[in-house]
Structures are given as C-alpha cells and as structure tokens.
Design a protein around this ligand. Structure first.
Ligand SMILES: Nc1ncnc2c1ncn2[C@@H]1O[C@H](COP(=O)(O)OP(=O)(O)OP(=O)(O)O)[C@@H](O)[C@H]1O
Ligand SMILES: [Mg+2]
Length: 240
C-alpha cells in the first residue's frame, strides 16, 4: 500500500560504486522527481542495472549517498523492481499475482478480485490458471508487471523489460508502463533502445562507462544532445 511519506525525490549525491579494482559507477549526481518516466539509457555494461540497484536500496554506494524523500536509510518505502529476467513462482499466473498482493498487505478477502483486475490490466486473464513458468517470455514479463503493480508502488524501477521481446510484446508492455505512469507511479526504466526514449521518456539519464554523461528532457536529448557521446548514440553510431 502507498506510504504516507514520499520516496521522491530520489537523489544520488556524488555516488560511486566500486567493487574490487573496478569502478562501476563514478561520482553520479542525480535527482529524480515525480512526473513522466525517467529512462536510464546506455550501452551494455555502462552501469544501468547497478544504478537501479542503488536506487532500490539493494546495494550501498562505496562513496556518496542515496536518499529517498530526504531519508538515507532503509531504501524506498513504496517501490517495486522488475529485473531483466523475471523470476516466477512454480504456481499459476493467478497465484503469482495473489502472492504479490499478500506481500503488499492486501486483505485476503480482496485478493481474488484484485488478482483478476491486475491480470486483466496486463492482458493475461485468459491465462490465469496456466503455470507461470510455462508462459512465453513476453507473457512472463507482463505477469511480473502485474505482480509489481500489485504493490501500488510510488516508484517502479524496470530493468530493460522489453530487451528480449518482439515489437508486439514490446508495445503491450509499453502500454502497461504508460498507464501506470499516467496513474501517478514514477517510472525509472533502464533501456538501450532509442525508439523507447521517443515513445515513453519524459527525461533521459545517459550513462557511459559508469558516468552520467547527460541528464536532459527526452526532446532535448534527441534534438539537441550536448555531448559527443550522446550525439553519436542519437545518430545510431556504436557507442563503446
Ligand atoms: N558485483 C560486481 N562485481 C564486479 N563487477 C560488477 C559487479 N556488478 C556489475 N559489475 C560490472 O559493472 C559493469 C556495469 O554492469 P551493469 O550490469 O550495471 O551494466 P548494464 O548497463 O546494466 O549492462 P547491460 O546493458 O548489459 O545490462 C559491468 O562491467 C559489470 O561487469
Ligand atoms: Mg543491465
């Protein structure tokens, strides 16, 4: 259920993430407020997943601080994350959603109806009784979204949810994400797809080798990239 205190803005203040001799994120300063989706864009290995894990409170910075609505401890109170590969319980699609609702504190008597609503929202009502692990990749991704939305999160972090999906499945997932954003959930989503920026983003955080190279509105990023790396990415050149 939605917390009384807000987790926004989500702020990273001079954050580095260092593992052994590797600097994964390098002095990141970033403030993410409410509003249209924030897309974390960057090539493979640029640090997108690591940044999402810090935003979620699942990893601690080696230096600097992460804060949620001004708090620096405990992570965000009202959030959900979707990893690159969703992990499904060995139960039906409906049971996976019901589990998410139970975790979110939804009273037992309301769970069946809420499960139905959520499955309907992601277009999986007809597959409610199918074992979740038998669903296709795109269907599993939608089921994972239903489970995440069961928490009614203030912040929904998505790690490349459409990376292995075809255009039809991608459109389906993007519609669900857009609807969640319209109903007030803050979307923070990793992507390496420029088309997705055009279709979904309010703003872009562009990462290259662990550094935030650009943080701009989607239209500025696309029309007036201010760094050579961003310009190359927008042109479709390979940014290494
Ligand atoms: N625990 C770790 N120990 C050592 N190196 C790590 C660790 N986690 C991530 N890395 C390295 O940090 C870099 C960034 O990884 P990360 O998964 O955040 O990138 P990404 O932008 O999400 O990449 P992709 O687009 O492939 O998902 C990579 O070079 C990765 O190998
Ligand atoms: Mg990743």
């Amino acid at each position: 259920m939605r917390a009384a205190r807000s987790d926004l803005p989500l702020s990273l203040d001079d954050v580095s993430l260092i593992v052994g001799a590797t600097t994964i994120l390098d002095r990141v300063n970033l403030t993410i407020g409410p509003g249209a989706p924030t897309l974390i864009l960057g090539p493979n290995g640029s640090g997108k997943t690591s940044l999402l894990r810090l935003c979620m409170g699942l990893a601690s910075p080696s230096r600097g601080a992460v804060s949620w609505g001004g708090r620096t401890d405990g992570g965000p109170e009202s959030r959900a994350i979707l990893f690159q590969k969703p992990v499904m319980l060995r139960r039906s699609a409906a049971a996976n959603v019901a589990y998410g609702l139970a975790q979110a504190g939804c009273p037992r008597g309301l769970r069946a109806r809420r499960t139905e609503e959520l499955l309907d929202r992601v277009g999986l009502l007809a597959l409610a009784l199918r074992p979740a692990r038998r669903l296709s990749g795109g269907e599993q991704q939608r089921l994972a979204l239903a489970r995440a939305l069961a928490r009614q999160p203030e912040i929904l972090l998505l790690d490349e949810p459409t990376a292995s999906l075809d255009p039809a499945a991608t459109r389906f997932v993007e519609e669900i994400v857009r609807a969640a954003a319209h109903s007030g959930t803050k979307i923070v989503m990793a992507s390496h797809d420029l088309g997705q920026v055009r279709r979904l983003a309010g703003e872009v955080v562009f990462l290259v080798r662990g550094r935030v190279v650009e943080h701009a509105s989607a239209s500025d990023f696309l029309d007036r990239p201010s760094t050579p790396q961003a310009a190359a990415f927008v042109r479709g050149d390979l940014v290494l």
